[in-house]
Design a protein around this ligand. Structure first.
Ligand code: SF4
Length: 309
């Protein structure tokens, strides 16, 4: 019997951030008011009542809020099985903050790493010192015995060549779950600066596949690629995030400026598109195609419909 899908609620605390990533989807939303502590606690209780299996707390950067650990602790006290946070990792450079958060009850942390070194990472975060802080944060969490750390990387023109070195960084740091995320140019920084940031999928895909292969060679087969047309990943379809998540989760997004009751379906229906070239492709049913803004700028000539297995 097929297992029932689990409910994942992504709870946005607001868009304030101590980084300033060039590609950030929220780049134009910084001025939105942050949610209050009372709002977050109310929403956490509502998530629990709805039966959320995962509560993922994100910003902006949620860990810079003084009430962050209070919200995590409240979620755990309500019995939400998995409470996670996607973070730029800088706050964890402070050993006291790392200890406070590790002991809040948080189940897992997802570190966003956009390059294997300060030169690449800091150029994208536009926050000097952010890579050094992230590395120190990882070390502090390890020293505390906190091991449930994942990674994600937004793939842009500026870090394509560095993806193999970044894979080695993840391997050295024993990060078992990593997502290489093809940049979303539908909103924010990558939309505003498309030409500068968004790589052609024909160039990005080989670099992403190579990173996945390095992970597999190191025994890390849970690494994934996200937001990609499947024709460029046909030898690693079991490592595509959106195929996996569709089978496992219903995902709701609760942001300060919108609520999306089915984030997975609306991304496939509105955010990404297949084109006339895709007709007859054997991967059509499981593929979401390319970002709409990508197609507007670069067209669909790189899509390669699969006609035979
Ligand atoms: S040709 Fe279209 S449907 Fe087929 S894998 Fe590529 S993007 Fe997806």
């Amino acid at each position: 019997m097929k297992e029932e899908k689990k409910l994942k609620i992504v709870l946005f605390t607001g868009y304030a951030c101590n980084n300033n990533c060039a590609f950030c989807i929220d780049a134009d939303k910084r001025a939105f008011p942050q949610k209050t502590t009372a709002e977050l606690l109310r929403e956490t209780a509502r998530a629990s009542r709805k039966g959320a299996y995962i509560l993922e707390i994100i910003g902006g950067e949620a860990t810079i809020r003084p009430d962050f650990t209070r919200v995590v602790a409240a979620a755990k006290a309500l019995g939400i099985p998995q409470v996670a946070c996607a973070t730029n990792g800088r706050v964890f450079a402070d050993p006291a903050a790392a200890r406070r958060i590790a002991r809040s009850g948080i189940d897992s942390l997802i570190f966003s790493v956009h390059g294997p070194d300060a030169r690449t990472h800091d150029a994208l975060t536009r926050a000097p010192g952010s890579f050094a802080q992230l590395k120190k944060g990882l070390a502090n969490l390890r020293a505390l015995g906190f091991k449930r750390i994942s990674g994600n990387t937004t793939v842009v023109k500026q870090n394509l060549a560095a993806l193999p070195a970044l894979a080695k960084f993840y391997i050295r740091n024993r990060i078992n779950n990593v997502e290489y995320i093809f940049v979303d140019p539908n909103y924010g920084g990558a939309k505003n600066d498309f030409e500068k940031l968004v790589p052609r999928i024909a160039k990005a895909a080989p670099a992403m596949r190579r990173a996945l292969a390095l992970g597999r060679a190191a025994g890390l087969d849970q690494w994934k690629a996200r937001y990609v047309p499947l024709c460029h990943f046909k030898d690693c379809l079991d490592q595509i995030s959106e195929i996996n998540e569709r089978e496992i989760f219903f995902t709701e997004h609760w942001a300060p400026d919108f609520v999306n009751k089915d984030a997975i379906a609306s991304r496939a229906a509105v955010g990404r598109r297949k084109t006339a070239r895709c007709r007859g492709c054997l991967l059509y049913a499981s593929c979401e195609g390319l970002w709409t803004e990508y197609l507007k700028n670069y067209g669909d000539a790189e899509l390669k419909p699969l006609r035979a297995l």
